[in-house]
Design a protein around this ligand. Structure first.
Ligand code: DP6
Length: 346
């Protein structure tokens, strides 16, 4: 096979500090509010995807973590169709090539679907690789968004904002970088894996239920998030850790309050997650200032943000309070310097 017919990409995980929760358009994946995230170092958590195509393939095929999976997922089909349409419009490949089937192999180096943003890194990888394979020129964050909303933020490193946009066709619902990965090198992330069991309610279903039933979500999208998005962007640019930490924790708490306000409620945090919240507040109180921030996505695992000088003490504390012998904790420390998606064979 021609080397140009195969592309491999690695993409980083991003963890939101101002959460995306709720869509105004399910098909185009348009959110009801802006969100902000931090991209983690690919050496700690990333997805790696290889794509190829050829006249010899008889069907589209996808392998996820070594297991052959159906290519019938509507989001996957949508993404591929969209990319082929752009390729046809831009005449970036021959018509014959457009009829070839594709083969996708994707793997994560972290637990899938346990609230660790695996779909974000996966789709960011997939669209970046396919865009290169079909030689198209386009905003890959828009393509990633069609796969999974939060994926649009994983195509950039550093600190990233996903603008909800106002256009019905989603053309202005894009991610932009607030600051690149070199801006705040002292910032670190610590992932505490409370459980790697697949969550009961997926983000997609959970947020749809929240949009349909939660009054708090309406308030959040209209009043809280617009203010917080501006404030956290400013805190990032000024490297104001205390403000960054306060907004991050408050937003995580409000997001989980929305989940409880959803009917039926989605419960993602466990007793251990709540214990971590308690410990971080006690630690910050003891220090007399905000030194560590927690945030939880749609799962029980914690992402802690802290400055590098705090890492040794906090690691000691966590290891003391949760010895790995009786709790399934894996501790990974990530430099927040993900950098943009990287190609491995170009
Ligand atoms: C809690 O991006 O996984 O992680 O767009 O339906 O694929 P879909 O949802 P997804 O939701 C992520 C929700 C979150 C918050 C966030 O990452 O902003």
């Amino acid at each position: 096979m021609d080397e140009m017919d195969r592309v491999t990409v690695i993409a980083p995980v991003n963890i939101a500090v101002i959460k995306y929760w709720g869509k105004r358009d399910e098909k185009l994946i348009l959110p009801i509010n802006d969100s902000v995230s931090v991209t983690l170092d690919t050496s700690i958590m990333c997805a790696k995807t290889s794509v190829c195509f050829g006249p010899e393939f008889t069907e589209n095929e996808i392998w996820l973590n070594g297991v052959k999976t159906s290519f019938s997922n509507p989001r996957l089909v949508n993404v591929l169709d969209k990319i082929k349409n752009i390729a046809a419009t831009q005449r970036s490949v021959d018509n014959a090539v457009l009829s070839w089937k594709v083969r996708v192999c994707s793997e994560n180096n972290f637990p899938t679907a346990a609230g660790l943003a695996s779909s974000a890194a996966g789709y960011a990888c997939l669209v970046t690789a396919l865009a290169k394979l079909y030689k198209i020129k386009t905003d890959v964050s828009v393509l990633a968004r069609i796969g999974s909303g939060s994926a649009c933020r994983s195509v950039f490193g550093g600190f990233v904002r996903w603008h909800a946009g106002v256009n019905a066709d989603g053309s202005d619902s894009i991610a932009t970088q607030i600051a690149d990965s070199t801006h705040w090198p002292e910032m670190k992330a610590l992932i505490l894996v409370v459980s790697d069991i697949k969550k009961h309610t997926s983000s997609t279903v959970g947020m749809m239920n929240s949009v349909n039933t939660s009054d708090l979500l309406k308030y959040r999208a209209k009043y809280t998030v617009p203010r917080r998005t501006e404030e956290i962007s400013e805190a990032i640019l000024k490297k104001d850790f205390a403000k960054f930490a306060e907004l991050t924790m408050k937003d995580s708490n409000q997001f989980h309050a929305v989940c409880l306000d959803t009917y039926p409620p989605c419960v993602y945090m466990t007793d251990v997650s709540h214990k971590i919240v308690e410990i971080i507040h006690a630690y910050n109180d003891m220090c007399g200032e905000l030194k560590v921030a927690y945030t939880f996505d749609a799962g029980p695992n914690a992402c802690l943000y802290l400055l590098d000088k705090e890492v040794p003490t906090l690691l000691k504390l966590i290891k003391y309070l949760f010895p790995t012998s009786n709790l399934d904790f894996v501790i990974g420390l990530g430099d927040v310097d993900g950098g943009d998606c990287k190609f491995l064979n170009s």
